[in-house]
Design a protein around this ligand. Structure first.
Ligand code: HEC
Length: 146
């Protein structure tokens, strides 16, 4: 009896993996839209929120805010690299320095990075253009060689 149940469960695993792969494929072909922002919020909540906070306000002297900073609104390549490589350069952001280090997030998929940056660039009072998965892929490709 038990063995049968386990057998059925094991048979279901490849099915569910196939399903989620199909979903990712579909998502990559969708044009950038509100769905990207919605997906990005989920990535933000699980990955970035512990440091940058739900409102993007950061933590004083530790983690910088993501509200209208030159990094968030500026060059997308630099922004994508911050997520891929992490960031620890003791830079001044809006007149403050932040002593914490940002960990690299190159384990995230191109689409996830595109989504989270699209979410950040259109939230917290920011109004900047979306980031596409193809843009992340390009930066990742040259990033590896460096
Ligand atoms: C471990 C805490 C931590 C996590 C997790 C984290 N960050 Fe950061 N982030 C930092 C710190 C600290 C800095 C500033 C580092 C410095 O001063 O050199 C920073 C800097 C930045 C900057 C550039 C400075 C600015 O404020 O505009 C951006 C953009 C950014 N992070 C976005 C993100 C995004 C998007 C995520 C999620 C994918 C994320 N961070 C996850 C801690 C974190």
């Amino acid at each position: 009896m038990k063995i049968k149940v386990v057998g059925i469960l094991l048979a279901l695993i490849p099915l569910s993996i196939n399903c989620s792969l199909a979903q990712v494929k579909k998502a990559q072909h969708r044009p950038v839209s509100g769905t990207s922002v919605l997906r990005g919020k989920i990535v933000y909540t699980s990955v970035c929120l512990p440091c940058h906070m739900a409102d993007g306000g950061g933590v004083q002297n530790l983690n910088p805010p993501l509200v209208k900073t030159s990094y968030v609104l500026g060059d997308k390549t630099t922004l994508i690299k911050i997520v891929l490589n992490g960031f620890n350069e003791d830079v001044e952001i809006n007149g403050n320095t932040y002593s914490n280090a940002m960990t690299p997030h190159d384990d995230l998929k191109d689409q996830q990075i595109a989504d989270v940056l699209t979410y950040v660039r259109s939230s917290f009072g920011n109004k900047a253009s979306a980031v596409k998965a193809t843009e992340v892929a390009k930066v990742r490709a040259t990033n590896k060689k460096a």
